[in-house]
Design a binder for this molecule. Structure first.
Ligand SMILES: Nc1nc2c(ncn2[C@@H]2O[C@H](COP(=O)(O)OP(=O)(O)OP(=O)(O)O)[C@@H](O)[C@H]2O)c(=O)[nH]1
Ligand SMILES: [Mg+2]
Length: 219
């Protein structure tokens, strides 16, 4: 992993998974976000791929390790490994194909079954550039997201609409979850009563313990 110059030693690495039926645009959402690339003729994903992308929150570098897998059952790698340690998820459907929207419940069930912690979730209606052949209304998307307690956004990997935004909302929410967890932890409270607090990894001994950051990936 490329190392940035960490001055304060605070570093965050969050695992995010992208799930949804085949050909909804998961791989293109990721390539658009991570590399600003789009492929009109992308092949179905086989196995698992990931990309790391950074953003800054509160002056800190926050890295998201974003995992992409096959929507097609026969191409999927071991499912539990895919979900392990994930603290964020984008659940994607294609606004021009209702069946992909109808699968969202199943994807959410799978996510729930394999996650052991709070996961920040965003329902993503991709291909909003195909408004002329829309098969799922914005309202239906919103309603489902509300029912399930997810963020919601329509995106287009093709013309870039909301792609960055969707990922960054999820990353921010994870960051908030983690800070909240740290603030509420007994260790934090104990430390508060002792002396001033540094909610950070030490940074200069190389052995980055993830104290309250139960949800960070190992590296
Ligand atoms: N019009 C339009 N086409 C898109 C968009 N995103 C992806 N596509 C196209 O949809 C097809 C499938 O995209 P992928 O990103 O490979 O889909 P996937 O969800 O990764 O599919 P699997 O890997 O099989 O699960 C490709 O032909 C893309 O060019 C979009 O926002 N708008
Ligand atoms: Mg793919």
């Amino acid at each position: 992993m490329s190392s940035s110059d960490e001055e304060g030693g605070e570093e965050y690495l969050f695992k995010i998974v992208i799930i949804g039926d085949s050909a909804v645009g998961k791989s293109n959402l990721l390539s658009r976000y991570a590399r600003n690339e789009f492929n009109l003729h992308s092949k179905a994903t086989i196995g698992v791929e990931f990309q790391t992308q950074s953003m800054e929150i509160d002056g800190k570098e926050v890295k998201a390790q974003i995992w992409d897998t096959a929507g097609q059952e026969r191409f999927r790698a071991v499912t539990s490994a895919y979900y392990r340690g994930a603290v964020g998820a984008l659940v994607v459907y294609d606004i021009s194909r209702k069946t992909t929207f109808e699968s969202v419940g199943r994807w959410l069930d799978e996510l729930k079954m394999h996650s052991d912690t709070t996961v920040a979730k965003m329902l993503v209606g991709n291909k909003c550039d195909l408004d002329n052949i829309r098969d799922v209304s914005i309202e239906d998307g919103k309603t489902l997201a509300e029912e399930e307690g997810l963020f919601f956004m329509e995106t287009s990997a093709l013309d870039s609409t909301n792609v960055k935004k969707a990922f960054e909302i999820v990353i921010r929410e994870i960051y908030n979850n983690v800070s909240r967890k740290v603030l509420n932890s007994d260790a934090y409270k104990a430390e508060l009563s002792l002396n001033r607090v540094t909610i950070s990894n030490d940074g200069n001994d190389g052995s980055k313990k993830s104290g309250g950051f139960a949800s960070c990936c190992s590296r």
